[in-house]
Structure formats: structure tokens, C-alpha cells
Design a protein around this ligand. Structure first.
Ligand SMILES: [Zn+2]
Length: 139
């Protein structure tokens, strides 16, 4: 096995250790769309830290994850769930919801309205700025 693959596996193992706590925090509901009774995946909110960090992980369903990974094919009608998740008590969920709303804002009035309403701490604003810089780098 290559070194890169080893490293990847190590990270996944570390992330999987968060699984139990994430299941508890989310009550096994997708933290973005509230879907339940489906398999949930650990998603690291960008910028991904060198060491896996529980506070930057969210627990989400396959549909949400697929949409996040392919922002170009994002479905405007799917994300009305942001009306709830953008007010999450979990900072990482709020940050991810804002990042998605920003992707949608040009196409969806409701997303632009949510961005006007949402209250973010300075720390979260910095997090979002860092995430956007990180996402740009990957383009
Ligand atoms: Zn979901």
C-alpha cells in the first residue's frame, strides 16, 4: 500500500472515532436536512485541519454530501432545509449551512434572505472566510 493511502486510512480511522459522539449530537438525524433512518457520513467542514477535529465535523446524509461535493449540480429546491440548519447550535453546522447558502444565493432568493438574517460570531465569520479561501485554492 502506498504511503498516501496509508495516511488516508489513518485519517478515516481517526474520524470514525468521532462517530459515536456525532450520532449522539445529531440524534442520528442528518445535521443539514434532518433526514433520519439513513446512513450518515462524517463530513469535515473546510478548511480541513491537519489533525481531524471533532468540532469541524458534521454528520450528514448521502444526498447532502453528494450536493456539497458537486456544487455545480447543486439543486436549489433541495436546500430549503437550510431554513432550520442555518440556526443550528453546532457552529460547524452553521458554517456549512452558510457556505451552501452562499453557493445558492445567486440562484435562490430564500438563500440570500437567510444570509441576511443569520447571526454569526466573529470566529465563525473568520472560519467562513478561511473556508472560502481554501475552496478557491482547490478550483
Ligand atoms: Zn442530509
Amino acid at each position: 500500500m502506498s504511503k498516501g493511502a496509508d495516511k488516508h486510512k489513518g485519517r478515516l480511522n481517526e474520524l470514525n472515532e468521532f462517530g459515536k459522539d456525532l450520532a449522539r449530537r445529531s440524534k442520528s438525524h442528518c445535521e443539514l436536512c434532518d433526514n433520519h433512518g439513513v446512513k450518515l457520513f462524517i463530513h469535515e467542514v473546510p478548511p480541513v485541519p491537519k489533525q481531524p477535529d471533532f468540532e469541524s465535523c458534521i454528520f450528514i446524509c448521502e444526498t447532502c454530501q453528494g450536493q456539497i461535493e458537486k456544487p455545480k449540480s447543486i439543486d436549489v429546491n433541495y436546500w430549503h432545509c437550510l431554513h432550520t440548519s442555518i440556526w443550528s447550535e453546532v457552529p460547524a453546522v452553521q458554517v456549512m449551512a452558510v457556505l451552501i447558502a452562499k453557493t445558492l444565493a445567486a440562484k435562490a432568493d430564500y438563500a440570500a434572505e437567510l444570509l441576511d438574517q443569520v447571526y454569526l460570531t466573529e470566529e465563525q465569520q473568520q472560519w467562513i472566510a478561511d473556508a472560502e479561501a481554501d475552496l478557491l485554492k482547490k478550483k
